[in-house]
Design a protein around this ligand. Structure first.
Ligand SMILES: *Cc1c(COP(=O)(O)O)cnc(C)c1O
Length: 474
């Protein structure tokens, strides 16, 4: 007799070796991550064809599913948990958080409400307090635990929209935006693309933004900021995704407060500078803002995904993200869904809590400082090899240029082909650049030395002025 689906699933559930085997595969992957190629080989990418199959008619054994995933999936990963992944701003993962995540995976909690998960509600409440004290934000600051800084900025801007319109007698939840009084959006031309996305999704319209020019590092020019008023939403950033630069929060924050404008800070990776004493000058004045977006999964090294919105005006945040229904009985403490766009949500707070507890205040400070030191090491090493560094390395971002746009792109292509490390490209002040973003606790001095060697090999392959030029890489 063919087993029923329930019998099939119970067999998997009771297959303890299956779960031990999964753990074994994960640990083998983790051990190899320190030495394996950082980007998948061409063979591994070709192997992904193994997934191009029709949905099976019959239930499949879990062991075979796992085997397929490890055989064809693991090799086609980017090795983000190793020491030489410098693409985008992608952090590593603190071990205690990975282990905690395993346990919480078996809990399978839904963080929407206290009554659905008392433990998640309590951890969210605890971490809200930890973050407020760590970033020295106003007492009572609210935190929402979302997927990343895009979602966090979306929530912060939604809170601002609610408050700025209510001040003008307009309840945006009920009346919407058609016919609403105006809200001004002021931000810089270097705002992160996710900020522009949030502006569009919230119905402000990117054409209504009053764009402020920036200096050579990407910082807002304070004397170019238009007069602010109580209808204005000013969006600043702590950590430009290319240069890593920070705005003058002391000056701009004071101006905004005097005008009763709302300030949102996109501090996706950069807000963490605040926990490292030697870097805290970068974030001076952030406490004057009204809302903040910050990631766990970048410089703090929580596993994916983990973003946080922080908001001084708790009422505005929960009103903007409100929901109600006859079957939804609010808890006496914290219901996570009033702080995020989603209702159902995984228990990502477990990893954030575990990461912060594992590192402790001192460990967080040391980790953040470590990322900065390794970034300076990359910059110095590459400069000694004849590369130009186009930014002031104030935090963990390094922008590399080699002689011409074409030569820079060729070096990048060679570096990517070697797979010793992985970096992406960008455009900075009209020049093609290579972005090196140091984000992992794993990255050692040795990793940086290997990375510099890889750049040297790439430079030699490309040749200098007058040397043999490879065809331009598209
Ligand atoms: C990464 C980044 C974002 C987007 O964050 P996600 O976590 O990917 O949603 C926004 N702003 C800045 C400055 C970033 O570096």
């Amino acid at each position: 007799m063919t087993p029923t689906i329930q019998q099939h699933l119970f067999r998997d559930r009771n297959d303890e070796p299956l779960f031990h085997h999964a753990a074994r595969m994960a640990l083998d992957y983790s051990a190899a991550a320190l030495t394996r190629n950082v980007y998948p080989t061409d063979a591994a990418l070709a192997g992904l064809a193994a997934f191009d199959e029709d949905i099976p008619q019959e239930p499949q054994p879990a062991a075979a599913i796992l085997e397929q995933l490890h055989t064809y999936g693991s090799p086609a990963t980017c090795t983000i948990t190793g020491g030489r992944y410098f693409g985008f701003v992608n952090g590593g993962a603190v071990p205690a958080a990975l282990a905690a995540k395993w346990l919480a995976d078996f809990w399978d909690q839904n963080s929407a409400m206290e009554v659905i998960s008392p433990v998640c509600a309590r951890l969210e409440q605890v971490v809200e307090g930890w973050l407020t004290s760590l970033f020295e934000l106003p007492r009572g600051t609210a935190a929402g635990f979302v997927s990343g800084s895009f979602a966090a900025t979306f929530c912060g801007l939604a809170a601002a929209r609610y408050r700025l319109l209510l001040r003008q007698g307009w309840d945006v939840n009920a009346k919407g935006l058609f016919g609403a009084p105006p809200v001004r959006i002021v931000t810089c031309v270097q705002a992160h693309s996710t900020v522009v996305k949030a502006i569009s999704l919230l119905g402000f319209g990117s054409e209504h933004v009053e764009w402020v020019p920036v200096d050579d590092q990407g910082r807002i020019l304070p004397d170019q900021v238009p007069p602010l008023d109580e209808r204005t939403l000013l969006i600043l950033q702590a950590g430009n995704v290319n240069s890593g630069c920070y705005e003058n929060f002391v000056l701009l924050g004071a101006q905004a407060r005097a005008a009763n404008a709302w300030v949102h800070i996109d501090g996706a990776f950069g807000l963490w500078a605040h926990v490292a004493p030697a870097l805290r000058h970068l974030t001076a004045g952030i406490g004057q803002a009204d809302s903040w977006a910050v990631d766990g999964h970048k410089t703090l090294n929580t596993p994916y995904d983990c973003g946080i919105v922080l908001c001084r005006d708790r009422q505005a945040l929960t009103a903007a993200l409100h929901m109600s229904g006859s079957y939804l009985v609010p808890g006496s403490n914290r219901d996570g869904m009033f702080y995020t766009p989603e209702m159902s949500r995984r228990a990502r707070i477990v990893e954030l809590w575990a990461t912060m507890k594992s590192l402790g205040h001192r460990g967080m400070a040391e980790l953040i400082q470590h990322l900065h030191e390794r970034a300076k090491q990359v910059a110095a090493g590459l400069q000694a090899e004849g590369f130009a560094i186009l930014n002031e390395v104030v935090f963990n971002q390094v922008l590399v240029f080699f002689e011409t746009d074409a030569a820079t792109q060729q070096v990048l292509a060679h570096v990517q082909q070697q797979r010793v490390c992985w970096c992406g490209g960008s455009v900075w002040q009209g020049k093609k650049v290579i972005r090196v973003s140091v984000c992992s606790w794993v990255t050692s001095e040795e990793d940086i030395a290997l990375t510099v060697n890889s750049f040297r090999a790439a430079r030699l392959a490309v040749g200098t002025h007058g040397g043999p030029q490879l065809p331009e890489v598209a």
